[in-house]
Design a protein around this ligand. Structure first.
Ligand code: COA
Length: 180
């Protein structure tokens, strides 16, 4: 049980058999217009495969209120970063503090792991980008899966955990040292 702005919510692991259809519906409703603008049309088969692959294999948590699902998200520690993926709240529950709570929880994981907190957002998803900027993120890169363009964004408080990109080019490969 978690309390956010004086309201109580339950968290439980997602069960694809029970939750996938509802979750995919929310994902599609949330991103349909943005993807259509970028890709020309909603790619139903590819979008379902992309979404269900992540939903079934990531540690997705369902946010519940009074026994009903109201959103979901997955916090993950990857090799080089901590990330939140598949973060979607039902329209009636946006603006109630839950997204901020999820970012705060992910930030704690990033600080513990000493890894940058990064995620991606569609380049034209302006409301989500404004939310992320408000929460302390900045654009640090770009990603493109051939259909849609994404900003790669990083939380400023975790900037110091980014390893310098030129570390490997500065240090001589082992073979070089022994060959000299
Ligand atoms: C994006 C999303 C997860 C944000 O969660 P949320 O619960 O609505 O956000 P919160 O209510 O926790 O807001 C946290 C803070 O961000 C601010 N904020 C929220 N939305 C904002 C927006 N569109 N623009 C600017 N600031 C925003 C809030 O005012 C709040 O500020 P405060 O803490 O200073 O009071 C949610 O709106 C959502 O599910 N959107 C649709 C799906 C989506 O686009 N997901 C992201 C895919 S990358």
């Amino acid at each position: 049980m978690i309390t956010v702005r004086d309201k109580e919510f339950d968290l439980r692991p997602a069960d694809p058999k029970k939750d996938l259809d509802w979750a995919y519906g929310l994902f599609k409703q949330s991103l349909h217009d943005f993807v259509e603008e970028l890709a020309g049309a909603w790619p139903e088969t590819g979008a379902y495969e992309f979404f269900s692959e992540g939903f079934c294999h990531m540690p997705i948590k369902m946010l519940m209120h009074d026994g009903d699902p109201i959103g979901f998200f997955g916090i993950m520690e990857e090799e080089k970063r901590v990330t939140v993926q598949r973060m979607y709240l039902a329209p009636a529950w946006r603006g109630a503090g839950l997204g901020g709570w999820i970012i705060g929880e992910t930030l704690k994981v990033a600080h513990r792991a000493q890894k940058p907190f990064e995620t991606e957002v569609l380049v034209n998803n302006k409301p989500a980008m404004a939310f992320y900027e408000h929460m302390g993120f900045a654009i640090v890169g770009a990603d493109d899966d051939g259909l849609v363009k994404l900003h790669v964004i990083r939380h400023r408080d975790t900037e110091s955990y980014v390893l310098p990109r030129n570390i490997s080019s500065q240090s001589a490969p082992v073979g070089d040292i022994f060959d000299r």
